[in-house]
Write a new protein. Structure first.
Length: 170
């Protein structure tokens, strides 16, 4: 009985590791449907730029980000780990940001929780100050570390997401 249980847990760990891998492979290929197949319908996403997203907003965020990609985005990932309930990966997004097409290389540590064979919680952590320095230039360097800038970025990203959702529904 214990041997069977161990095999079952090992299989779940393997499946969760494959789920994370599929998510990032799909992301790298701009395959939104492949990405979203990895997410539970009740997914909760969190990162420094968007804050906490739920109720379908994580799916819409990825749709928005991929739809606005200039085709010059590179996604690389490594250190994928998973057990029955949690997982982790490191990933790097290399892209151009904004009207000035500033070069951004964002290094992200991702944490995952699983439910019913899908990702139920996805938390990305990255240095927002480093991101603002690259994406915003001097204002990001001077203010990117501040709660003021973080709040401003959260408001801006969520406004963009709200506008995107309105566009999609019309």
């Amino acid at each position: 009985m214990t041997l069977f249980k161990h095999q079952k847990n090992s299989m779940s760990s393997t499946n969760n590791k494959e789920l994370i891998t599929k998510f990032y492979q799909s992301f790298g290929a701009s395959d939104i449907e492949g990405m979203l197949e990895c997410y539970h319908k009740d997914i909760v996403f969190e990162d420094p730029a968007f804050g906490v997203l739920k109720n379908g907003d994580p799916q819409q965020m990825w749709r928005m980000l991929l739809s606005r990609s200039t085709g010059n985005t590179t996604i690389e990932f490594n250190n994928v780990e998973a057990n029955e309930t949690t997982g982790a990966a490191n990933w790097t997004a290399d892209y151009e940001y904004g009207p000035k097409k500033r070069k951004v290389i964002n290094k992200i540590a991702a944490q995952f929780e699983f439910k019913e064979g899908k990702i139920i919680k996805h938390t990305d952590d990255f240095n927002l100050w480093k991101w603002t320095q690259q994406a915003l230039g001097l204002p990001g360097y001077l203010l990117g570390w501040s709660p003021f800038m973080k709040n401003k970025i959260n408001k801006m990203t969520n406004k963009l997401l709200t506008e995107f959702k309105k566009e999609q529904s019309s």
